[in-house]
Design a protein around this ligand. Sequence first.
Ligand code: TRP
Length: 333
Amino acid sequence: MTTERKRVFSGIQPSGEVHLGNYLGAVKNWVDLTDDYECIYCIVDLHAITIPYQVDELPERVFDVAVSLVASGLEPDRCILFVQSHVPEHVELQWLFNTVTPLGDLGRMTQFKDKSERVESVSAGLLNYPVLQAADILLYLAEYVPVGEDQRQHLELTREIARRWNGRFGEYFPEPDALIIGPGRRVLGLDGVAKMSKSQDNIIPLLATPDELASVIRTAVTDPARKRRDDPGNPHVCNIFSLHGAFSTTAEREEIEARCQTAEIGCVDCKLTLANNIAENLAPIRDRADELRAKPRLIREILSEGAGRARAIARPVMAEAYDRMGLRRVGSE
Ligand code: TRP
C-alpha cells in the first residue's frame, strides 16, 4: 500500500528556535499527514543563506530545528527528514528551472519585495529563492505541499515553472497543490498583531520550560480595549484567548470566555492558565527534545539517513530532467 500513497513535500527554514507559530501552523500538521501520505520534510538551509546570517551559528540552528522536528513526532520511520544542502540535486534542478522562469514573475513575489526592503544589498539568491523552492518540491515529483497562506504565491509560481518546463521539454513534472494548513491559520505573536516570527521578536518557543512560558506569556498583548482589571474583555479580539483554542479544553475555554466578558477573571489569571496548559500539552515534546539534544550523533544519523533516502528519489528525477533537456550525461543509463 505504501507505494500508492501520494507524496507530500514541505520545507522549514532553520531559524533556530522553533516556536508555537511553526508548531501550530506547520509541524503539527506535518506529523498528522504522515498517517496518509509519503512525507518528505526538509530543513532548507540553502534558503536561509539568502539573507544576512551568522556563519558560525548556522550548524546549531539546523541542529536545533532537527531536534524540535523529531521531538514533535517526525520520526524517521514516519517520514523522510533531511537537510537541503545534503542533497545537491536541489541546486542542480534549480539551475535548470532558472532557464524557464520569467524574471518578471520573480520580481513580483511579495516575499521578495518585503525582504529586499529589509536588506542592504539584494542578492540574486534572494530573487531566485522561489526557483529553489520549486526545485525542492518538483525534485520529488511531490503532489501536495502543506504550507501557510503566505506561501501560496510561491506555490503558484512552482506550478507555473512546472507548466513551462513541461511545455518546452515534455510532460513530466506534476503541478503540485497547496494544502493550506488549518483554514489559513495564522498564529499571531506576543504583540497580538504580527504573525509569530523570530524576526519580529514576538515568539513563544516550542521548547520553553514552564517558567519561561509563564514569563513570556505574561508580556503578551490581550484585548487592547481592556485597560483595567475591572473592564469587561472581548475574548474574540484577544490573541491569548485564541491560543487557548489550541491548548485548553472546550469547557475551560467556555468558562474563560464567559468570565472574561464579565471581568470575573483578569488577564493575569487567563495567561497563567494558558501557560500551564501549554506546558502540560508540550511536556512530552520537551522531554523528548532534552533526550535528543544529548544525542547529537543520533540526530546526525537521522539526517544523513534521510538525505540518503531523499537522494534515492532525487537522482533518477534529475537524470530524466537532464536527459529531456538534451544534457545527456556520459556514462548515465
Ligand atoms: N519558503 C518556505 C517558508 O519560508 C520554506 C520552503 C522552502 C518550502 N522550500 C519549500 C516550503 C518547499 C514548502 C515547500 O516557509
